[in-house]
Design a binder for this molecule. Structure first.
Ligand SMILES: *[C@@H]1O[C@H](CO)[C@@H](O)[C@H](O)[C@H]1NC(C)=O
Length: 151
């Protein structure tokens, strides 16, 4: 069964039951037989602006500028097929980073029970990008887990 077919059957399921699959949702929804996630992205580099572009197979969330004060966030119900994937492209003045802002392995690191809600935090710093279960305003807090470098 192709990925494309799974996405289409998923969308059909939404239409029939009003149950969202990996539909982008309001912040505080509950997901039937699934998990509700909010993904936050922050720029920890002072006096800079980073262009964020998040996409999945079904959704293009457009371009957003993030700064140290103003992050970008989206929320969704995870697919019951465990195949939800959101990819983020980040562009600084002179460099870029491309990584999965949400997939099942990130979901496992953050952890969320079925029927529950959890937050995923990303922080882009001078030396790369970091992941956390909770938001720490101190960008050097060890809660931020290093995940990769700028390209
Ligand atoms: C981001 O900021 C730049 C420069 O200020 C601006 O040209 C661009 O339109 C902004 N992008 C978005 C998506 O707001």
């Amino acid at each position: 069964m192709s990925i494309f077919y799974i996405m289409k059957s998923c969308s059909l399921f939404i239409a029939l039951t009003y149950f969202s699959c990996f539909l982008v949702t309001p912040s505080h929804s509950q997901c039937f037989l699934s998990r509700h996630w909010s993904v936050y992205m922050y720029n920890g580099i002072p006096n800079s602006q980073i262009d964020v572009h998040v996409r999945s197979g079904d959704d293009d969330l457009g371009h957003h500028n993030i700064t140290i004060d103003l992050g970008y966030k989206f929320s969704f119900c995870e697919s019951i097929f465990d195949n939800t994937l959101f990819v983020g492209d980040f562009i600084d003045n002179s460099r870029s980073a491309h990584f999965h802002v949400f997939d099942r392995s990130i979901g496992e690191i953050i952890h969320c029970l079925i029927g529950g809600h959890a937050d995923v935090y990303w922080l882009l710093k001078e030396d790369g990008y970091y992941l956390s279960r909770e938001f720490k305003s101190d960008i050097n807090d060890p809660t931020w887990m290093f995940r990769g470098n700028w390209e």
